[in-house]
Design a protein around this ligand. Structure first.
Ligand code: ADP
Ligand code: MG
Ligand code: MG
Ligand code: MG
Ligand code: MG
Ligand code: MG
Length: 666
């Protein structure tokens, strides 16, 4: 999570009254950062991951696995342990950090200091992730295990799914039929976020995932686990009034989405221009990586017909009013807003020549006054659009102590809106008074059960980030096609069933592929990279500061953007199809060949890249498919789409055994 300011949250009506104040000062704060740091140059590649866990309490006699709500005690303990290690080691920077998350059963961990571009750091990632997990594991209760599961299968089911039990009747923030108040981190920020999303929207959030219809699933499926007749909160009747769809898994609270875990990566760029270029390059990659990491087929005790968390999280924080959602004509509100504030990126932001305005082809409302203000300050239109689009949202939590700020010394109002716009990729300006530069955060991936997998995807993406910059790649496709890819990525078994829009020629005009031999489509495997005959000094370091592609003198944008892309399988996108589309992996291998990589490093990195290669080819299944298969082949499964306590327990045991390496899994 972002910042956890301490203080007293304002009541919703007062928060609303301060919305313009927060936006205005937020932009002023951004402009101060901009003025100071827009010309900042030469920051090296630093990067890091965030891994989120759920703490699960096992009881083997009862065959139960429940969410432990001991977050506060656990974090306090881990904090004292890491402080201790730091003072003994005398170098605080290498000791991991644990952070709170939305769920009171969740933890997040990050490396104590970011990785550098040094090649050996690529091998540190898995080691560091394992170390973090070991630390957490060691200082939990003996029956508690930190698990990197994207969704918890029994969250919100009738009966007991937390340790200790709490009754959903007391959910004063969410008014959920399913989740108790105690599901969320008690820090004032979280219950306030939860309640204000509901208040702003004018109803509870409504999440409906298509149910996976199995052989004996009753049809039409009217969920017997929904307390249809409950009458505690005014919103209790929403379910029967149409919020809960037939043949769907219905969920009604922020906790269902923000209680999911994920794997995020942050990269420091050389300067703001490179950050914006990298941001745009990663936007079309996001759905591809979501599909390859799919890990969440089970929701509220059912098997869903989707494999990913993304749309659940989006719906779980959808604070748009009926007017904003287009259900009523605009009267009170200013905009029709097509997406939730958690959603895929709606605008490319680079000011480079490759970013044709036509690619931003979806409706992305923006605040015109803020846009003009930014333009007046010399900000180019692409960045001004991005910011004034993020700033159509209202702040959801305002602390009374924080209303008046020194805009030169604080970025709190800016971060208030920035950090509650949860997109697939985030453009992160430097914090105030810190050595940190312009960064880009890659956010779509689902967390994997094992640190080998998490490290593999982290290493794949950091190498990809270097390759796409170095080889002057152009990955632009219309944003509407990226959004279509996001929808496809979440479908059941997307790797096998879906094709994805991607550019036909992934290189900028005037540049050529670093790969001389065309890929033999179909049975592609990483092929010996070439060196193009150009002599270069190999370094043991991945760098920043790649010169952006030069615009060829005679070049004019030609033809319709519709001719620039077509549909590919994931296998083709990752492993290659032809000369113009050699496959992201082969570009990574070509890039690796420009580095001085030692043999054991090559082997290890090769294992990581093989995982991605085989996920894409389908020869290795995703965690989602593995979990789905596990449930459907469990003796207690009745082919009725239901995941019961026992199946859940055995699944959690199996996932933990896989993580510890005592059970084999494909
Ligand atoms: P947030 O929750 O706001 O996204 P976190 O602080 O949890 O951010 O995680 C940020 C990640 O960025 C961590 O992996 C950290 O190691 C990494 N990081 C820290 N400093 C830098 C930097 N200068 N450049 C790139 N990454 C960094
Ligand atoms: Mg997090
Ligand atoms: Mg974090
Ligand atoms: Mg965060
Ligand atoms: Mg943070
Ligand atoms: Mg993050």
């Amino acid at each position: 999570m972002g910042l956890l300011s301490l203080g007293t949250p304002l009541a919703w009506d007062d928060t609303k009254k301060h919305a313009d104040h927060v936006r205005k000062h937020g932009i002023t704060q951004f402009l101060h950062i901009w003025d100071r740091l827009k010309d900042r140059q030469g920051d090296e590649l630093l990067w890091g991951d965030e891994v989120e866990y759920m703490v699960v309490t096992f009881n083997s006699e009862e065959k139960s696995a429940r969410l432990s709500l001991r977050q506060s005690e656990i974090l306090e303990k881990l904090q004292s342990i890491t402080d201790n290690i730091a003072s003994n080691q005398g170098e605080a920077h290498s000791v991991p950090t644990f952070h709170p998350e939305y769920g009171r059963f969740m933890l997040e961990s990050t490396p104590g200091s970011p990785y550098t571009g040094n090649v050996p750091d690529l091998l540190l990632v898995e080691e560091d992730m394992r170390y973090r997990r070991r630390l957490a594991r060691k200082y939990l209760e003996p029956n508690e295990i930190p698990m990197s599961m994207t969704s918890y299968p029994l969250l919100g089911t009738p009966g007991v799914f937390t340790e200790p039990y709490h009754d959903p009747a007391g959910a004063v923030s969410s008014h959920s039929l399913f989740l108790p108040e105690e599901i969320a981190n008690p820090h004032a920020r979280f219950p306030t976020l939860t309640a204000n999303i509901r208040r702003r929207r004018g109803s509870k959030v409504a999440i409906n995932l298509p149910l996976f219809i199995d052989d004996r699933t009753p049809r039409p499926f009217v969920d017997p686990t929904i307390p249809w007749q409950r009458n505690i909160y005014p919103e209790d009747s929403e379910a029967k009034q149409g919020a809960a769809l037939i043949d769907h898994v219905y969920m009604d609270a922020m906790g269902f989405g923000m209680g999911c875990s994920c794997l995020q990566l942050t990269f420091q760029a050389c300067n703001v221009t490179e950050a914006r270029r990298l941001y745009d390059l990663l936007v079309p990659v996001a759905p591809i990586m979501l599909a390859l990491t799919a890990a969440s087929p089970l929701w509220r005790g059912y098997i869903a017909d989707v494999d990913c968390r993304w749309d659940v999280v989006a719906a779980s924080v959808d604070d748009r009013t009926e007017e904003e959602r287009g259900l009523k004509p605009l009267k009170e509100d200013r905009f029709r807003i097509p997406k939730s504030r958690y959603g895929s990126v709606s605008l490319y932001i680079s000011d480079g020549w490759l970013n044709r305005p036509e690619y931003n082809d979806i409706e992305a409302p923006y605040d015109e006054a803020i846009f003009e203000h930014l333009r007046g300050h010399g900000i180019d239109s692409a960045l001004a659009k991005h910011l004034s689009h993020l700033f159509i949202r209202d702040p959801l939590v305002v602390f009374s102590e924080m209303v008046d700020q020194d805009d030169e010394a604080s970025n709190d109002h800016f971060e208030n809106l920035q950090s509650t716009n949860w997109q697939t990729v985030r453009f992160k300006p430097p914090p105030i008074n810190s050595p940190i530069g312009w960064r880009v955060e890659f956010r779509p991936m689902e967390v994997q059960p094992t640190d080998f997998e998490n490290a593999a995807f982290a290493v794949f993406v950091v190498l990809l980030s270097r390759a796409i910059l170095k080889y002057s790649m152009n990955l632009y496709i219309p944003i509407s096609k990226v959004d279509e890819n996001m929808a496809r990525a979440q479908r059941r078994d997307a790797v096998h069933t879906q094709k994805f829009y991607f550019r036909k020629n992934v290189f900028a005009p005037g540049t050529t592929s670093p790969i001389s031999t065309p890929a033999s489509s179909g049975t592609s495997s990483p092929i010996e990279p070439n060196s193009n005959g150009i002599p270069f000094k190999k370094e043991r370091k991945m760098r920043n500061c790649f010169p952006p592609p030069m615009k060829p003198e005679s070049w004019e944008p030609e033809g319709s953007i519709e001719d620039e892309y077509e549909e590919y399988t994931l296998e083709e996108i990752i492993n290659g199809k032809n000369e113009n589309m050699p496959g992201l992996l082969r570009l990574i291998y070509a890039y690796l060949d420009t580095l001085d990589v030692m043999e054991p490093e090559k082997v290890k990195i090769g294992h990581y890249l093989d995982l991605v290669r085989r996920r894409a080819s389908g020869s290795l299944i995703t965690p989602a498919t593995w979990i789905r298969n596990f449930v459907r082949s469990h003796p207690a499964y009745k082919f009725d789409s239901v995941v019961n306590q026992e199946i859940n327990h055995d699944l959690m045991v199996a996932v933990d055994e896989i993580e510890r390496g005592v059970r084999e899994a494909p």
